[in-house]
Design a protein around this ligand. Sequence first.
Ligand SMILES: Nc1nc2c(ncn2[C@@H]2O[C@H](COP(=O)(O)OP(=O)(O)O)[C@@H](O)[C@H]2O)c(=O)[nH]1
Ligand SMILES: Nc1ncnc2c1ncn2[C@@H]1O[C@H](COP(=O)(O)OP(=O)(O)O)[C@@H](O)[C@H]1O
Length: 203
Amino acid sequence: MLIVLSGPSGVGKGTVRQAMLKSGYRDFHYSVSMTTRKMRPGEVDGVDYYFRTKEQFEEEIANGGMLEYAQYVDNYYGTPLHYVNEQLDAGQDVLLEIEVKGAMQVRAKCPDAVFIFLTPPDLNELRHRLVGRGTDDAVTIQKRVNKAVDELKMMQNYDYAVVNDEVPLAVDRIEHIIQSEHLRVQRVAEKYANMIKKATSGD
Ligand SMILES: Nc1nc2c(ncn2[C@@H]2O[C@H](COP(=O)(O)OP(=O)(O)O)[C@@H](O)[C@H]2O)c(=O)[nH]1
Ligand SMILES: Nc1ncnc2c1ncn2[C@@H]1O[C@H](COP(=O)(O)OP(=O)(O)O)[C@@H](O)[C@H]1O
């Protein structure tokens, strides 16, 4: 199953993902994105992102190597296609942590994916988290908060909205969503398997 997690910058997507891994819910593979933004202190190429130049990124697009991509506050961000295909073919769940325009591209290409939007309790708290994280200057923070206003309007295009008020609660909600989606997919698969069995047995 392909799981798409979106939400404004600073809402806590990365934090929630890390907490899911720590909670023992390891049953998904995180797709490392490619970006042209500058590496932050502590980030590692190939772990947090594949950090590339604009030219390299555009070459990747031209070669058809991206599942989706978008420009977000002056930089490109995108999902390399190869890893996602490889993991899905191997029967693994794949988690994409991407912004809304990219998510809608995935929606068009993979309508069976599960789309989850993580929201902050309110915009003041979002700003507070971005300031507290300490990775962006005041101008960038303002751009990201402005962007959040538009992103929140896109929430209605998602299958689920999850409030990240407290990390353990958000983790719990997301894990429940994934588990129920698995059951739903299993039930549909069983239904079709039975239909095929009946049709081929001549009943
Ligand atoms: N479309 C798209 N968006 C991405 C991708 N990777 C990250 N993003 C989004 O780009 C935005 C900015 O990411 P980043 O600069 O790392 O800031 P952060 O998410 O606040 O740490 C966030 O909304 C990310 O979810 C990707 O592969 N594709
Ligand atoms: N539920 C929460 N309550 C308070 N602070 C949070 C919560 N979730 C995340 N944070 C903090 O908010 C900041 C942004 O989180 P981060 O995971 O980097 O967001 P994103 O990946 O969505 O940009 C971090 O400093 C993180 O510790």
